[in-house]
Design a protein around this ligand. Structure first.
Ligand code: NI
Length: 194
């Protein structure tokens, strides 16, 4: 009797396993794909030229969102990006490093021109109207918000600090978290540059 029950349970378990194996791949296909990062944008570069995402096709884009008045996080991230580019040597020419402001009110063409030059000669700065910036930030799932300046005058910007690597067609490849070392970033980038 006990043996029969065990045999029956064993058979049921086997059926469930077979059913699960058959059904799981279908469920996986039904699950929604993760929302894509990236998309079209229209902005103005640090030379004053109107550009769109299409102008950057053909080379992977390494993108950081921030603002020129940022006291510490942005300078650290951009310095890391610049150091990673230098470590890559000639390979770095195969990608375009971009800085996109989340503070269009203060980050004029002149401001970002000076700002990007302070980090790397190949760094492209992008600004735009508040609407254009809102659109690109939304496409890249970047959070930003004005915050009162604890030090006194003006304001600071709370913003997500992540560096995106997009492929030559503008599709998401990978990202680097704040605090990634230049060595790790150069290594991560090299995998996508041949
Ligand atoms: Ni910042």
């Amino acid at each position: 009797m006990k043996k029969n029950v065990l045999t029956a349970l064993g058979a049921i378990a086997a059926i469930l396993v077979v059913a699960a194996i058959a059904v799981l791949p279908r469920l996986e296909r039904l699950a929604p794909a993760p929302a894509a990062i990236g998309g079209p944008f229209s902005l103005t570069d640090h030379t004053g030229r109107a550009v769109t995402d299409q102008d950057f096709r053909g080379k992977p884009m390494l993108i950081y969102f921030g603002y020129a008045y940022c006291p510490d996080v942005c300078p650290t991230s951009l310095a890391t990006m610049a150091a990673a580019l230098d470590k890559l040597g000639p390979k770095a020419d195969k990608l375009t490093p971009l800085f996109i402001t989340v503070d269009p009110e203060r980050d004029t063409v002149e401001t970002i021109d000076d700002y990007v030059a302070a980090f790397h000669p190949r760094l492209v700065g992008l600004t735009g109207t508040p609407e254009q910036v809102a659109e690109v930030a939304k496409a890249y799932k970047v959070y930003y918000k004005k915050a009162p300046n604890p030090g006194g005058e003006g304001y600071t910007m709370d913003h997500s600090s992540v560096i995106y690597l997009m492929d030559a067609e503008g599709r998401f490849l990978t990202h680097f978290a704040h605090g990634t070392s230049p060595e790790a970033m150069a290594e991560g980038l090299a995998k996508h540059l041949d």
